[in-house]
Each structure stands twice: as structure tokens, then as C-alpha cells.
Ligand binder design. Structure first.
Ligand code: 5RP
Length: 221
């Protein structure tokens, strides 16, 4: 069986009847959508991902809006990299603001990854993504001058000319930084910059990760 499907199957074991479930984006979550459907479990789904929403609708899962729930029983998501302390880098997909809202609403926020994404401490091989108010891009870049940054670039749209525009009408700044070990401090500082809406470092919200390998699924807490 495909490893991602195995990880999704482990996640399914955690989902109880009549609960509100958060589902992020990516291919592992897509497996979970189909497994959840096949299980016949009656749940409501909240998702920050347009693609996941479409998959849920295709199979007839009940999708509700984030603003219509006051808490989520359990949420699952993928990431680009996670470390042994449950700090993660996300946002290849650029939807980290909504993902963090879901994470904060969730009683449990569980990452589903294969072992290639697990490191002892985050290496910042992927950019840290800042969702930025369009009017504040210059001021954000200026505030970043005091950090050890290799380079930063405004994310361009693949579909049309110009910058990506998020669902909250903001832009994305991909920031490539030298590795550091104080991930929580960095998340706190970057989030506090004038004009930054949210950052794609997740340091204090992940409760667990299921890490899949050929040898089995390891639970990281
Ligand atoms: C990107 C993400 C995605 O959730 C993640 O990339 C999905 O990974 P996969 O397709 O391996 O499940 O957070 O930032």
C-alpha cells in the first residue's frame, strides 16, 4: 500500500463519530478524505484548502466554513518539514494563515508526514512564508533587514501576471533564511512585524505527528 495512504489510515483511527474534523491540504490529506468517506463516519469537515474542499464535496462529505465553528475536535495537515520538537515549516501551498486558524481552533492538530520530512531541528531549506498586507510589502522588507536573510521574493502567480493574491487579499513573501534553532522566538518576532498577517512557521500548535516509513508509523509527541 502507498505510504501516504498508510499514514492516512493511521489518522483515520483517531477520528470519532459525530465530530468536527479539520483537513489541511496535500496528497496525504487527499487519501484521508477518501478513507473517511469509505468509513461511513458521520463528521463535519472544516478545511483551509480549496482542493481539499473539492475532494470532500466530490465524495459527499459535509463541509462547513471555518467561521461557522467555535472549535474543532481534531485536525490533520501536512507540512514541508517537521522536527523532533514538533516545529514545522509549511506553506508550499501559501495557505498557512487559514491553516493556522484551523490549528488554533483544534483541540488536537496532527501532522501527517513521511520520514523524508522529519529532521532533528528545522533546517530552513524551505522558505519561511510571510502573508503580508499588499500596502506593507516595502515596510516588511525594511524590518527584515536586521535578520540574517539570504534573499526574499514576492511569490508570483503561476496562472496570471503579478503576485499571488491570497484568499484574504494579501501577498506572500518567501523568505530564505540562515538556519537558527530558536524557532519559537523567530515565529513570534516575524508575526509581530508591522504588516505581517501570519507566518508559515508552526512552533507551538502541533500536538502530534504521524511519521510514516517502510518500517511502520511512528507517533511523535
Ligand atoms: C505545504 C503543506 C502541505 O500540506 C504539504 O506539502 C502536503 O504534503 P503531502 O502532499 O506530502 O501530504 O503544508 O506547505
Amino acid at each position: 500500500m502507498d505510504l501516504k495512504r498508510k499514514i492516512a489510515k493511521r489518522a483515520l483511527d483517531e477520528i470519532e463519530e459525530d465530530t468536527i474534523v479539520g483537513l489541511g491540504g496535500g496528497s496525504t490529506i487527499k487519501h484521508l478524505v477518501y478513507l473517511l468517506k469509505d468509513s461511513g463516519r458521520s463528521v463535519k469537515v472544516v478545511t483551509p484548502s480549496w482542493e481539499t474542499k473539492q475532494h470532500c464535496k466530490e465524495v459527499g462529505l459535509d463541509v462547513v466554513s471555518i467561521e461557522d465553528v467555535s472549535s474543532i475536535d481534531i485536525a490533520f495537515d501536512g507540512c514541508d518539514q517537521v522536527d523532533e520538537s514538533l516545529c514545522a515549516l509549511k506553506s508550499g501551498g501559501g495557505i498557512h494563515t487559514a491553516e493556522k486558524i484551523v490549528a488554533r481552533l483544534a483541540n488536537e492538530y496532527v501532522l501527517l508526514v513521511d520520514e523524508s520530512k522529519l529532521v532533528s531541528t528545522l533546517t530552513y531549506d524551505h522558505p519561511i512564508v510571510l502573508e503580508v498586507l499588499p500596502q506593507a510589502m516595502e515596510v516588511v522588507r525594511r524590518q527584515l533587514e536586521t535578520y540574517q536573510i539570504n534573499y526574499s521574493e514576492i511569490r508570483k502567480s503561476e496562472k496570471k501576471d503579478g503576485a499571488v493574491v491570497t484568499e484574504f487579499s494579501n501577498h506572500l513573501l518567501d523568505v530564505y533564511m540562515e538556519p537558527r534553532t530558536d524557532h519559537l522566538t523567530l515565529e513570534t518576532e516575524l508575526t509581530a512585524l508591522t504588516g505581517v498577517v501570519e507566518v508559515s512557521l508552526f512552533t507551538s500548535v502541533i500536538t502530534k505527528a504521524f511519521v510514516g516509513s517502510e518500517g511502520g508509523i511512528r507517533e511523535l509527541t
